[in-house]
Design a protein around this ligand. Structure first.
Ligand SMILES: CC(C)(COP(=O)(O)OP(=O)(O)OC[C@H]1O[C@@H](n2cnc3c(N)ncnc32)[C@H](O)[C@@H]1OP(=O)(O)O)[C@@H](O)C(=O)NCCC(=O)NCCS
Length: 191
């Protein structure tokens, strides 16, 4: 599999030995509640997530190159695993960054790299993303990476919150035969 790297970050598979780091970050309610999953309550919760939800070829730990510390997670959901009504050749992206590293451009940097991977290696047609309407930081990351707000919202009732909460839906389409990178000067053709 092609390695995904950025200036400051390395994407790598999650390891069971990451459970302590994962628990440290994922027990913070400001992470899971904004992303739609319950905060981890025990180290065992984190180990179980690594063994199940993160155990695939499309979910990565984000490791800081400088310190080798795991500080976030990024991945995509292929057709059949997405909450959004995506096409067979599409994927939905998702991510979080540990709170001490917020607002340093790290998620934007990582998402640019994953967009390249998803279009150039996996050849998805369209990438989708969603975020709760009250999570502007996530929407801003999507916009900085070229995603467009579709104007559509979903009610994500099957997430752990007791009440359905609206999410905004974004998309970024691949321009076939004339590959462009949305983070360069954009001649971006969106759907
Ligand atoms: C959303 C998240 C991944 C962003 O990570 P990050 O590394 O801080 O993102 P970046 O630094 O690349 O960009 C953040 C942008 O949001 C902006 N932002 C932050 N808080 C904001 C707010 N309350 N309102 C508007 N914009 C905000 C920042 O200013 C920055 O934009 P700028 O570069 O134009 O100034 C991180 O906050 C996080 O993990 N949140 C909890 C989990 C989550 O929401 N996951 C996404 C689920 S859809």
């Amino acid at each position: 599999m092609k390695r995904i790297e950025t200036e400051r970050l390395k994407f790598r598979p999650w390891r069971e030995s990451d459970a302590q780091d994962l628990f440290r970050w994922a027990s913070d309610p400001d992470i899971g509640e904004r992303a739609g999953w319950p905060p981890h309550k025990t180290l065992d919760d984190s180990l179980t997530v690594i063994r199940t939800i993160f155990s695939n070829d499309h979910t990565w730990a984000l490791e800081l190159k400088q310190s080798s510390q795991v500080i976030g997670c990024m991945g995509y959901y292929p057709y059949g695993e997405s909450n959004i009504d995506i096409g067979e050749h599409d994927a939905e992206v998702g991510y979080w960054i540990a709170k001490p590293w917020w607002n340093k451009g790290l998620c934007t940097e990582a998402l640019h790299a994953m967009i390249d991977y998803c279009f150039d290696e996996k050849e998805f047609d369209t990438l989708w993303a969603d975020c709760f309407v009250d999570n502007p930081a996530s929407g801003r990351v999507m916009e900085k990476c070229g995603f467009r707000d579709t104007g559509r919202t979903n009610q994500l009732s099957r997430l752990y919150h007791s009440q359905a909460r609206p999410v905004k839906i974004y998309l970024l389409a691949r321009q076939k035969n004339n590959r462009f990178y949305p983070h360069q000067q954009s001649k971006n053709t969106l759907l």
